[in-house]
Design a protein around this ligand. Structure first.
Ligand code: S3P
Length: 181
């Protein structure tokens, strides 16, 4: 996964459920002074429903449709307003080809928060609001299915550590503009 070093306006975090995308994005945004946008949160605000409710009442295909629509909106807003943003994606966002197509813009850096499945399973014990987390076997199967989609990312950082250490790794990638005095 070799990526050309260039300045990006949008930094998107991908990775499996429990890899810490939202927490890391929030901390990173604070450090670099960019706005943080969380895709799941946008979906909740747009629909007025929780993610489990959307899955239960409308089904996963409708969730994916809304997810795609909201991702397109976030990326469009950032381009229109010429504002830099850190975007935390959902765990399944980059598994959808139509989203990958949107994320292939030269001003977007896609970063994979990689975490071994054993660590994710430990964290998953605290997960109560993820409709796609049912049991260990299905969790491992989904993880394996999703790996190729995460490997499409421009950068990979190790996320089985403290969120601040993950932020340090991202800051070390050289994708943020240097602040000159
Ligand atoms: C999903 C992950 C969730 C959320 C939805 C579907 C997935 O986001 O978008 O439950 O397909 O893996 P997190 O990765 O933030 O848990």
């Amino acid at each position: 996964m070799i990526a050309e070093i260039r300045v990006r306006r949008l930094v998107c975090l991908t990775g499996f459920m429990g890899s810490g995308k939202s927490t890391v994005a929030r901390l990173l945004a604070r450090q670099v002074g960019w706005q943080h946008v969380d895709l799941d949160q946008r979906i909740i605000e747009h629909t007025g429903q929780s993610i489990p409710n959307i899955f239960a009442k409308l089904g996963e295909p409708e969730f994916r449709r809304i997810e795609h629509e909201q991702l397109a909106r976030i990326l469009g807003e950032s381009a229109e307003q010429q504002k830099s943003r850190i975007v935390s994606l959902g765990g399944g966002t980059t598994a959808q080809q139509q989203n990958v197509a949107l994320l292939r813009r030269t001003d977007i850096a896609l970063i994979w928060l990689h975490c071994p499945v054993a660590d994710l399973l430990k964290r998953a014990a605290r997960i109560t609001d993820r409709p796609l987390f049912r049991d260990e076997a299905s969790f491992r199967k989904l993880y394996d299915e999703r790996l190729p989609s995460y490997e499409l990312a421009d950068f990979k950082v190790e996320a089985n550590t403290e969120p601040l250490r993950v932020v340090e790794q991202i800051l070390g990638l050289g994708i943020f503009p240097k602040v000159t005095a």
